[in-house]
Design a protein around this ligand. Sequence first.
Ligand SMILES: Nc1nc2c(c(=O)[nH]1)N[C@H]1C(S)=C(S)[C@@H](COP(=O)(O)OP(=O)(O)OC[C@H]3O[C@@H](n4cnc5c(N)ncnc54)[C@H](O)[C@@H]3O)O[C@H]1N2
Ligand code: MOO
Length: 443
Amino acid sequence: MTAQHRNATSQRLAGASEVGSALGHVSGRVSGHPSVADHRARIARLLEPLAARPVQRVPLGEALGAALGEDLVAPVSLPPFDNSQMDGFAVRAADFHGDGSDGPHAPGRREFTVAEAIPAGAVPECLVPGRAAPIMTGAVMPDGADAVVPVEQAVPSAYPAAGETVLLPRAEAGTFVRRAGSDVEAGAVVLLAGTPLGPAQLGLAAALGFGDLPVRPPLRAAVVSTGAELAAPGDALAPGQIHDANGPLLAAALREAGLAVEHLAVRTDDPAELLLALECLARPSADEGPDLIVTTGGVSQGAFEATKLALAGGDVEFSHLAMQPGGPQGLGAFRGVPVIAFPGNPVSCWISWEVLLRPVLSELLGAPRPRRVLSSRLGEPLVSPAGKLQIRRGRLRRDGAVQLVGGPGSHLLGALASSDALVMVPEHVTELSAGAEVEVWLT
Ligand SMILES: Nc1nc2c(c(=O)[nH]1)N[C@H]1C(S)=C(S)[C@@H](COP(=O)(O)OP(=O)(O)OC[C@H]3O[C@@H](n4cnc5c(N)ncnc54)[C@H](O)[C@@H]3O)O[C@H]1N2
Ligand code: MOO
């Protein structure tokens, strides 16, 4: 990535025009807290060096979710040859002109002598005038033929043996013929470097004959959940304990985005113990250690904020963004490894991923695919704190409006799990009525 591109990336992420205009309203802020756009731009600068990793080729079956490392140029055309779009009869359109264009028993049809049948995969012989060759969908069009009549329109509606006759209705040249190169021309750039590889892109690459693809190797992320109250999912809870939801949630989010993830639960509020765990994580050789560390919990104003206490003396800064949920945040580096510290409330943790880190990865690496942003109408009224971007969870209705799911509370994981959209309420807005236009991210 060039310096120019890097600058452009940071500016785009600060302005956030492609990921939602609601996040760009820095000027309307009254709280004095750093804006979401500024914080996201800082994350982009922190992670920029990670974008410059060498490209490697991986088998097609392992490329799902990765970003394409180089432009993909079609080595062949698609379709590679003229072929039939229907099961039927390959004919010469010119045979319908002139004498004999009306069959004796079926007006409007012409009689043809049936030629050898052409299954898909066969190399057919040239079609002689006055003949019709049974041809199957996808089979190569014989030289001389330029149209296909579907078998349903033939009399009889079947495939007579070679040498017998069939009556066919008139067809114009080109009817039901898929021309070579009508989908993709050999030599064309079919996918740009940075394109996230989903099922359709992998299908196209396979059709073009690629057995492997150039991709950027996945980033390695360490997810660290913190807090003395945490128990592993599956373990029984002691009084006062809760199960660690954020670790699995964040690990899944990062994996889905194409990263290789290791999850570590540090179930303590002791900063020294957390520091030790982080030392062990960051110490392995550069080839094996994480490219970034994402923590959750311990970043707010409590007396036992292990993450803050462990990291604040070093290169990690803590701030409270003008956003709800997801206000308290930390950002910096530990032993040279970028650290992004998200808050502990589960919805805050998820929102932080969605609006702060995920868009940066999309922009820097090409994957994951950016969230679709659309304009929708609010299904019900809402109120929102002044000076904060409020992000509510919602569900897109069939009529295109968005219905809120649950309240604004950042512990409402049940509601989050039944939502499919984030509703953005800009910083300067304190009230919206039903029907008001809102920006929505589909999740
Ligand atoms: N006096 C103030 N108190 C709080 C403020 C503030 O500004 N002043 N901010 C509030 C906001 S906003 C948030 S968000 C939270 C963030 O707190 P922490 O990041 O320090 O997180 P914890 O205190 O560790 O936990 C908060 C909450 O989340 C639960 N939690 C933590 N980790 C997990 C996990 N892995 N899985 C499931 N649940 C988890 C934890 O038990 C707490 O209930 O601070 C507010 N307070
Ligand atoms: O900002 Mo906290 O993230 O509301 O709950």
